[in-house]
Design a protein around this ligand. Structure first.
Ligand SMILES: NC(=O)c1ccc[n+]([C@@H]2O[C@H](COP(=O)([O-])OP(=O)(O)OC[C@H]3O[C@@H](n4cnc5c(N)ncnc54)[C@H](O)[C@@H]3O)[C@@H](O)[C@H]2O)c1
Length: 256
């Protein structure tokens, strides 16, 4: 008989599930037996990932959402409940950044959008998920932060600040929600080979530019989406039930 996966029967929502880290988390969670809601602003990406999951024999639905909009987050949570009857893991992964540039070049309009997508989304996920988690007497948030929160690079000032907020909000959620058996943890990945790479570099993806970034990572490689996915599986699984308020680097030693 096959042993059940580490996330057997759990239900997970992954925002930004249509690309990069989110896509890898959807696949890793599904392989470990979770049922997935692949949520993304880009409906086509979410549908593509969902199709790949179902083709592999997993259970998943896709949902188009703007994580910065309360009615859409409410509908996302309701869609998960309608389809699966519960939610065990809420992964707040969708995020954006301004290009690497001098801080005063970032417009006020973009600053507002950045904080809506990277920070307000976590508030909205709490507004709509905490009542569900309280009713279930269990639930877990996994927020995707960044090494930017711990060891900020120049040129990414406002993005760095948004990820600093992810860290402190994660710890604050952990202490406040612990009596309800609701856990909150975050992951701080180093720069990765996803579509955001050139945004963070603020330059073309050339071997020379990569070498500059690699020099600041002791293990000598960029973060892979699977590194983040494996860490997220660990935080989501039942055997991590005593782990809360942790903001864990997935960074090859970048923050040492
Ligand atoms: N790539 C890196 O180097 C890196 C490093 C550290 C942290 N991160 C963080 O990891 C997370 C995922 O990054 P990634 O590299 O996988 O990015 P990505 O661009 O590959 O994927 C992000 C996904 O989020 C979706 N998205 C964007 N805005 C949204 C919104 N308002 N509502 C719903 N979905 C939305 C996009 O459509 C996309 O599918 C982000 O929070 C990012 O800040 C990335």
């Amino acid at each position: 008989m096959q042993t059940p996966g580490r996330l057997h029967d759990l239900v997970a929502i992954v925002t930004g599930g249509g690309s990069g880290f989110g896509e890898a988390m959807c696949h890793a969670f599904a392989r470990e037996g979770a049922r997935l809601v692949v949520a993304d602003l880009n409906a086509d990406s979410a549908a593509r990932v969902t199709a790949a999951l179902t083709a592999a024999g997993h259970t998943a639905i896709s949902f188009r959402v703007d994580v910065a909009k309360s009615p859409e987050m409410r509908d996302l949570v309701q869609a998960a409940l309608d389809r699966f009857g519960r939610i065990d893991v809420m992964v707040n992964n969708a995020g954006i950044s301004h290009a690497n540039q001098p801080m005063l070049n970032v417009t006020e309009e973009f600053f507002d959008r950045l904080f809506q997508v990277n920070v307000k989304s976590i508030y909205l996920s709490a507004v709509h998920c905490v009542p569900v988690f309280r009713k279930q007497k269990s639930g877990c948030f996994i927020n995707i932060g960044s090494t930017a929160a711990v060891r900020p690079r120049p040129g990414l000032c406002w993005y760095n600040g948004s990820k600093g907020a992810v860290t402190l909000i994660t710890k604050s959620m952990a202490v406040e929600l612990a009596p309800d058996n609701i856990r909150a943890n975050s992951l701080n990945p180093a720069i990765a080979d996803t579509p955001l790479l050139t945004t963070f570099m603020g330059a073309a993806d050339t071997p020379e530019n990569r070498a500059r970034f690699l020099a600041s990572i002791p293990l000598g490689r960029l973060c892979q989406a699977t590194d983040v996915a494996n860490a997220a599986v660990f935080l989501a699984e039942r055997s991590s039930s005593f782990i809360t308020g942790v903001c864990m680097e997935v960074d090859g030693g970048r923050c040492i």
